[in-house]
Ligand binder design. Structure first.
Ligand SMILES: *[C@@H]1O[C@H](CO)[C@@H](O)[C@H](O)[C@H]1NC(C)=O
Ligand SMILES: *[C@@H]1O[C@H](CO)[C@@H](O)[C@H](O)[C@H]1NC(C)=O
Ligand SMILES: *[C@@H]1O[C@H](CO)[C@@H](O)[C@H](O)[C@H]1NC(C)=O
Ligand SMILES: *[C@@H]1O[C@H](CO)[C@@H](O)[C@H](O)[C@H]1NC(C)=O
Length: 370
């Protein structure tokens, strides 16, 4: 019964989310000017392939996707986004009222950085070794170093450190790390020793200690509105299911999903601690789980028909094979390739996160001026 209620509520949120996305896209996307400022002046994004918008394109790595059919539904074609169209953070930028996508650090220049920068890097994690069997990537630690470069550029543009700090205090910060510390580390014993060294709970402890120091750095660089995104159900991706196999009626790899719940629980209490310790800032834990939970239920997320395989033919690392024709009915597929949700799924995730969490965070500006 409870899950039935949750599902109905989820559908309501979804519909609200979608109608906002649609109206924002149709009415304002190309027209917002100086007289319609976004709800926050700037949006900084830290993350992995779920948010990467081109930072990996120049790296030597297998984890880059600036080729067709990626971007088949994106206005600028293949950009390095691990999706057929917009990522969740692209859609959230639209919902926040930005008139352009947040530029990737790799190419951002000039005064556009005042609106924010996207540092996300496919295959990257909290640990610097995570994802390295695929090649180079920009770990969260390196993303923070890149942010420090942005901070000093902003000081130069605005004239002094104080003005930069004031500006940075008003921005929204999106931090979504950790998925690869499991997918491309803990659950790859052939490449990484972590599962021999740690139980899932010990590993979550190990990660959260590092993560908390990193997030603290972000606070020290001036972040005062931080959305920390919990890990999703990594055991429900087509890759997880085909690589590890599933167990009877539940169409997901349970031990993968169970492992991330330890980290999510610790992240949640870290957010509480941060809010207690830093009263001039607001941290929010975003439960990414709720937006995908119906994958685990018999009820298929509204509108999706295919959950267990991606839309494009994939190579051995689960990415689309270059130039192969993807499925036509992309809105029916929850997954685009073997790891990454389709734009249709991202629309639902972004809409529900925006309504459930971000409206609260961007609406509470004044805590930062205490
Ligand atoms: C910097 O931005 C301008 C547009 O503002 C663009 O024309 C130029 O190519 C960019 N430079 C680099 C190195 O990306
Ligand atoms: C399958 O489920 C059973 C019962 O929950 C459990 O004992 C077993 O270890 C599981 N096997 C795998 C491969 O997850
Ligand atoms: C919060 O402050 C307490 C007491 O100073 C400290 O022990 C704890 O580590 C702090 N937590 C965080 C997340 O900063
Ligand atoms: C924030 O505080 C300022 C004064 O400190 C006030 O003028 C403004 O209306 C407040 N904004 C909101 C959204 O409460």
């Amino acid at each position: 019964m409870a899950s039935g209620m949750k599902y109905i509520w989820w559908v309501v949120v979804t519909i609200m989310g979608l109608s906002i996305v649609v109206s924002s896209t149709m009415q304002e996307w190309d027209e917002v000017g100086e007289d319609h400022p976004p709800q926050v002046p700037c949006f900084f994004i830290f993350g992995d392939s779920l948010a990467d918008s081109g930072n990996n394109n120049l790296l030597i790595t297998l984890a880059k996707v600036n080729y067709q059919p990626y971007g088949i539904d994106f206005p600028h074609g293949p950009t390095g986004r691990f999706c057929n169209g917009r990522t969740t953070v692209d859609i959230i930028a639209e919902l926040l009222g930005f008139d352009n996508y947040i530029p990737p650090f790799a190419t951002a220049n000039g005064s556009e950085i005042l609106r924010g920068v996207n540092y996300a890097s496919g295959s990257a994690g909290i640990l610097k070794e995570t994802g390295k069997h695929l090649g180079d990537c920009i770990s969260f630690g390196r993303q923070l170093k890149n942010h420090w470069i942005t901070v000093s550029r902003i000081s130069d543009i605005l004239g002094d450190k104080n003005s930069a700090k004031k500006h940075l205090n008003k921005c929204l910060y999106w931090v979504e790390m950790g998925n690869n510390d499991y997918i491309n580390n803990y659950f790859m014993p052939q490449h990484y020793p972590t599962s021999l060294l740690f139980t899932p709970e010990q590993y979550a402890d190990f990660l959260i200690q590092k993560y908390s120091r990193q997030i603290l750095k972000l606070y020290k660089f001036g972040a005062r509105k931080l959305a920390l995104i919990g890990l999703g159900q990594i055991g429900c991706t087509p890759n997880a299911m085909s690589t590890h196999g599933t167990n009877g009626s539940i169409a997901c790899v349970e031990n993968m999903n169970n492992a991330v719940t330890f980290l999510n629980a610790k992240l949640k209490s870290l957010v509480d601690d941060f809010n207690t310790n830093f009263t001039d800032a607001e941290f929010i834990y975003v439960d990414a789980h709720t937006t995908t939970e119906s994958q685990n239920h018999n009820s298929v997320p509204a509108g999706f028909e295919v959950l267990t395989s991606g839309c494009c033919p994939v190579n051995e690392i689960g990415q689309c094979i270059p130039s192969q024709t993807p499925c036509k009915n992309r809105a029916l597929y929850y997954f685009w390739d073997s790891f990454h949700p389709s734009e249709a799924a991202n629309l639902i995730t972004a809409g529900s996160i925006y309504i459930k969490y971000l409206t609260q965070l961007v609406g509470s500006f004044n805590k930062s001026s205490i």
